[in-house]
Design a protein around this ligand. Sequence first.
Ligand code: ATP
Length: 285
Amino acid sequence: MTKIYEKAPAKINLLLDVLRKREDGFHEVEMVMTMVDLADRLEMEELPGDRIVLSSQAGFIPLDEKNLAFQAARLIKERYGVSRGVYIHLDKRIPVAAGLAGGSSDAAAALRGLNRLWGLGLSQQELESLGAELGSDVPFCIRGGTAVARGRGEVLESIPAPPQCWVILAKPPINVSTADVYGKLRASELKNHPSLSDMLSAIRSESFTEMCDSLGNVLETVTLDRYPEVRQIKDCMAKLGADGVLMSGSGPTVFGLVSKEAKVPRIYNGLRGFCKEVYVVRLLT
Ligand code: ATP
């Protein structure tokens, strides 16, 4: 039977700003998102009958309709009237509830993969629209690359890749709920907003230093106050010599950008002293 594979890379936010809370309860955001080469891997194959069956080696994620990959399979199956079964194995590498959009990327990979497996011929635009029904970060995860995301995060404008560098990810052993962080954010009281135009000009002029200077995430105002361990990791990465340091998404993962490879081992080893989950990756450019 045909078996297909899809990679589901993690994303980081180089910039995350919240402009206001909307009448529909969502927040109007402005984000710069890019992919890194830490990825889950999905294996999909036809199954006799009409069921969606999900498995994973990770013991701590739901494998039923609560899983975003399952929801993606159900959505595309129902929308396009596919009466075939599928078995999806999820090889989970991206830390869960970490601010790295692992679940969204799995959903995106499931949509891309099932489009191929079932020969549906859907365009990227159609897949992105389907993805938006599953979550605000899913359309970006379908498109990949680097993009400015507006609206709830689903209105995308692709931009050039940022200057290549090393990315050190450190996740403290706490799980942070994105809904919780947005719920606690007082958008109208935010005093400092990161500058999207500075970030865009840094990326367009391929200036690594300016990119590091333009990093910003307003959700840090909530997460750093609530979880001192996240602040500790930020401070530690900066002291160890990372060129730019920021929390990704709603956290708790912190990433450090580093241009010189020679600096990486010192930062990695310094962090590993008190944080178990540390990854050294590259931008997916
Ligand atoms: P984001 O950055 O988009 O807010 P995140 O990286 O913070 O996402 P996820 O790893 O996507 O968070 O997980 C958030 C929650 O979603 C977890 O509590 C988990 O139980 C649930 N979940 C559903 N599907 C998946 C999946 N395929 N992989 C991981 N978690 C999933």
